[in-house]
Design a protein around this ligand. Structure first.
Ligand SMILES: Nc1ncnc2c1ncn2[C@@H]1O[C@H](COP(=O)(O)OP(=O)(O)OP(=O)(O)O)[C@@H](O)[C@H]1O
Length: 331
């Protein structure tokens, strides 16, 4: 089935001890695209992905990978699917590069092992046994093993967890290259910047169900503009919200070329502002953000004697979207 999507999941249910940890999950991952599965700890991401990998048998629902059943047709799928597990899943007694050559030899048309090793910086620990590798080194080796057979679909479970920034960028470059070659990539991650950067489509999972999904750009575009500032903690956020509402109502600002007054052309009353201190000293202003809002915010901070150390104005990040959807309480 050359035209079937990389992965199709319909109404997937997986129970442990009678408890549904995946509870009617639907997902489609296209070829030539990165699909990110996001969700809090214990949301059911790994279990869902393991059902797609044929490592777990669903209790209900349907899973198709390249149009095939990953459990019943596991043998046909094996050479076409690359899997990078969260714990690496590698044999521990062999040397790193030796292991990769061994995996490559199992495929009809593997990638060039030396080139892949260079791409992912494996040479520096090529002769080290897997058990002695650091967490990040093991992750890089696991990724190499997942892609060396030129798979059509790749499952990456938290691929850059524990990696240093250089390795992370090498991984991201490789993922982009695979996507460009038409590979369908399913990625679970807790790194929202990773998902925002890489993913074409995002599924947010909580309590075993998809609570939001869509093209990453659309999810982000749906958010309003916010002003984020860093300064000293403990400021009166309600007072700032009142000041901003007043400034917006007056619709006044002062330009560098002299006093200039603008007023809202439509005469409508401005939307109220919500100001939150998200973590000590990090504030977000949400509402009908305009140049007046930014100017009034910085002026108010100056009046408080609070030194502004960072100011950004922009749309919500994927992290904002994620926290709005799943809440701030720990799981
Ligand atoms: N083999 C198992 N037996 C019993 N419960 C399990 C088993 N595997 C997972 N669970 C439970 O299923 C739930 C979902 O786990 P899963 O690993 O799929 O979550 P996750 O979204 O990948 O979480 P994380 O972000 O922490 O990796 C958790 O409550 C977990 O404890």
């Amino acid at each position: 089935m050359p035209d079937s999507p990389a992965v199709v999941v319909r109404g997937l249910v997986k129970r442990y001890d009678g408890r549904a940890v995946v509870d009617g999950l639907d997902l489609v991952a296209e070829r030539g695209a990165v699909t990110a599965v996001l969700g809090p700890n214990g949301a059911g991401k790994t279990t869902s992905v393991e059902c797609c990998e044929g490592l777990r048998t669903p209790d209900a629902g349907e899973v198709r990978v390249l149009g095939l059943d990953p459990v019943a047709q596991a043998r046909a799928l094996r050479p076409r699917v690359g899997v990078m597990l969260q714990d690496g899943g590698l044999p521990t007694g062999v040397r790193a590069l030796e292991m990769l050559r061994h995996v490559a030899a199992m495929y009809a048309d593997p990638r060039d092992v030396d080139e892949l090793a260079e791409r992912l910086g494996l040479e520096s620990f090529a002769r080290t046994t897997v058990r002695r590798l650091s967490g990040g080194q093991r992750q890089r080796l696991a990724l190499a093993a997942a892609v060396v057979g030129r798979p059509e679909v790749v499952f990456l479970d938290e691929p850059s967890a524990g990696m240093d920034p250089q390795s992370r960028h090498a991984v991201w470059d490789l993922v982009r290259e695979l996507r460009g070659q038409g590979v369908g990539i399913v990625l679970t991650t807790h790194l929202m910047d990773e998902a925002e950067d890489l993913a074409d489509h995002v599924y947010v999972v909580d309590h075993g169900q998809v609570i939001a999904s869509g093209a990453t750009a659309e999810l982000l575009a749906a958010g309003e503009t916010a002003v984020r500032v860093r300064t000293r903690p403990g400021l009166d956020v309600a007072a700032l919200a009142t000041v901003l509402a007043g400034a917006a109502a007056r619709g006044t600002t002062t330009t560098s070329t002299g006093a200039a007054t603008t007023s809202r052309a439509d005469g409508a009353s401005p939307a109220p502002f919500v100001v939150t201190e998200d973590e000590p000293g990090a504030y977000t202003v949400r509402g009908d953000v305009s140049p007046v809002t930014v100017a009034a915010t910085t002026r108010w901070l100056a009046d408080q004697g609070a030194l502004l150390t960072q100011l950004t104005v922009g749309r919500r990040t994927l992290e904002d979207v994620f926290l709005d959807l799943t809440g701030r309480h720990l799981r």
